[in-house]
Design a protein around this ligand. Structure first.
Ligand code: ATP
Length: 616
């Protein structure tokens, strides 16, 4: 295809996408950059191209030689990768490993490697700093009804077992599971998808537990097998529905289980409590039974009075906690997204009932902005307000901050954080006992004899406003985030591919992680161009000057181009290279990971320059 003059957008045509192959491209986004690293003026071209899910070998959408257009330095193609691509990179570069891998792995558990631990720590620290330590208690934050205070807590993983009875987790924290009598498989009832199909007069609902994007293909294969058909006879299958969740099907006798060979082998759904049980103390009986916490929030509620009595905080104020939580998920899946052990970052914010709706809106927007500020700035992040029928019985409003993780079908999002208006449910539960809704009221649940089913602590958790002398039970706004899901989203968003000229000017594929500098595990790498002529000594001195201030990496092995690529792949935002010119004029080359721009700075100014860049 001939190249047009003054081309302002890449032309779709022959030849390009295969350069990004090696992975199955589901969709991609193209942006043109000039040699000066700016996006092509007024003509930024960015669009998501949805492609059919099964596209292993012959991509149908390709772009032309826009890369070679003289005014363009590079074309950035952000391919929405399949999860395996990210999983492979995470393992290869030491972000994440399967737990207990040398023994075959333990499903639903993940270990963070040397880079992963730094990334997750940076996320936790950014959260703690932005929400707690750097919060200005004297000013009114934008969008907040008034100024407020923030403090932290670190409570135990195992709490008094009664906490979970009163909170409702003991009775209600369950998912429905379903078993297959034939394959012995166990599935989450609400996660099985299927399609109605008819063939030879027989109508069957064929199910799969494959994630959405693969579900249609898998169901087709299973239907062909069930009716003993070859692929070329697929047109004999009469599909009578789109993908449908299993709970919408009443008659399980016509359902083909995900690994069964005949319909009718699935059991009726049963409730399965997600709390991990353990025993505390030397004697094992019902009285010694305790639980690994499924959320960190309850540790905060039961310390509400301790915090009030030991500090000078006044309502409105928030208590923050970061810590491990455990849920015995029936089907852990999608990498770390649904794990059995994970970390939460939770705030319980206590306020007067009359302003709680305003505070809910403040926290919902504040928390959404936090992700945007740290780089989840594209259209893969969304804020979704729950419909009335989705709200829990005590909630007056809930919003989810969601991210379109690549393993979900196009257009679907997974929850990173829930922001909930919880009213006075939690504090009242711990005062009075387990609550249930009766009409518009929350009342203590009673047993057959009329006694409270689970008694509360009996302690007074109300709050006295010393100025107005008003006593009230505070309302709670709860922004509850997952550190592992946030880490996963930042990893997915950061993954980028582009083409850059190599030393000989030949376009070569580059994989790089575009982490926000605050989150990047390593902030700068220092290289001597060659291992001689005094360059290593100068580079090591720069490394030592930087090291007390930032995580930095020194590397003198191999070609400098390869060293750059390695740092790009782990998301290091800046590289400093000592070269021939350094020896003559004392300057070094600084290179930006995203724009590939290079400029020179004085070798003694590296600390200030990196600090300036990280803070900008
Ligand atoms: P889901 O509906 O996806 O199971 P949830 O609504 O049960 O999530 P919450 O109880 O609101 O989740 O927990 C708050 C946060 O904790 C979630 O937004 C998520 O980030 C994190 N989280 C919950 N369950 C898991 C899990 N199994 N693995 C990793 N993170 C989790």
């Amino acid at each position: 295809m001939p190249r047009r003059k003054n081309q302002t957008a890449p032309v779709l045509g022959e030849g390009g996408l295969r350069r990004f192959s090696g992975r199955r491209i589901v969709s991609f986004r193209l942006t043109l950059f000039r040699r000066d690293s700016r996006r092509v003026a007024g003509s930024r071209y960015e669009r998501i191209y949805p492609l059919p899910p099964a596209l292993p070998t012959k991509p149908e959408i390709r772009y032309t030689d826009a890369f070679a257009a003289p005014s363009l330095l590079r074309v950035e193609a952000v391919a929405i990768m399949e999860m395996e691509q990210l999983v492979a990179l995470c393992k290869r570069r030491g972000f994440l490993f399967q737990s207990s891998e040398i023994y075959g792995g333990l499903n639903g558990f993940w270990d963070y490697g040397p880079l992963g631990v730094e990334l997750k720590r940076n996320i936790r620290e950014a959260w703690w700093r932005d929400m707690v330590t750097a919060h200005d208690e004297l000013a009114v934050a934008p969008g907040a009804p008034e100024s407020y205070e923030m403090v932290g807590l670190d409570t135990t993983i195992i709490l008094h077992p009664h906490v979970w009875k009163v909170s409702g987790h003991y009775d209600l924290f369950h998912d429905e599971m379903i078993d297959c009598r034939e394959s012995k498989g166990r599935y989450r009832y609400d996660q099985l998808l299927g399609r109605w199909v008819e063939c030879e007069g027989k109508r069957v609902f064929v199910t799969t537990d494959a994630p959405g994007s693969e579900a249609v293909e898998r169901i087709q294969q299973r239907a062909l097998k069930l009716f003993n058909l070859r692929t070329k006879h697929a047109d004999r299958l009469q599909w009578q529905s789109d993908l449908t969740p299993l709970p919408e099907v009443d008659d399980l006798s016509v359902v083909l289980g995900p690994e069964a060979t005949e319909p009718g082998t699935l059991t009726e759904p049963r409730e399965f409590n997600l709390m991990f049980e353990t025993h505390t103390g030397a004697i094992r009986n019902d009285n010694s039974k305790t639980f690994l916490r499924p959320e960190t929030a309850q540790g905060i509620f039961i310390n509400f009075k301790n915090v009030l009595d030991s500090t000078r905080v006044k309502i409105p104020f928030g208590i923050a906690q970061i810590g491990k939580s455990f849920r015995n998920e029936i089907t852990p899946r999608n990498f770390t997204f649904r794990s059995r052990e994970f970390e939460q970052m939770e705030i319980e914010f206590f306020c007067h009932p009359s302003s709680s709706a305003e505070w809910y809106r403040y926290w919902r927007d504040r928390r959404y902005r936090w992700y945007v500020e740290l780089g989840l700035a594209g259209d893969r992040l969304q804020l979704r307000e729950h419909e009335q029928d989705e709200l829990s019985h005590y909630s007056c409003g809930t919003a989810d901050i969601e991210y379109a993780v690549p393993f979900l079908p196009e257009g679907q999002f997974g929850e990173l954080e829930g922001v909930a208006h919880r009213g006075d449910f939690d504090l009242r539960s711990h005062m009075e006992g387990k609550l249930v809704r009766q009409g518009d009221e929350l009342v203590v649940e009673r047993d057959a004899e009329g006694n409270p089913k689970y008694r509360g602590s009996g302690k007074d958790l109300s709050y006295m406003n010393q100025e107005t002398k008003e006593r009230f039970v505070p309302h709670v706004i709860e922004p509850s985030a997952g550190a592992d899901r946030a880490t996963l989203a930042f990893l997915c968003e950061a993954y980028q591919e582009d083409e850059v000229p190599d030393e000989k000017g030949k376009p070569t594929k580059r994989v790089y992680m575009k982490f926000h500098p605050r989150l990047a595990p390593i902030k700068a790498a220092v290289f001597p161009l060659v291992k001689k002529d005094g360059m290593p000594e100068v580079a090591q001195a720069i490394y030592r000057a930087l090291k007390p201030h930032f995580p930095v990496f020194y590397d003198e092995k191999g070609a400098v181009g390869r060293r750059y690529r390695r740092q790009d792949e782990i998301g290091t935002p800046y590289c400093i290279t000592v070269d021939g010119q350094t020896i003559s004029d004392g300057t070094v080359t600084l290179r930006d990971r995203d724009t590939l721009q290079q400029w020179r700075v004085d070798k003694d100014a590296c600390v200030d320059e990196i600090r300036r860049l990280l803070n900008q």
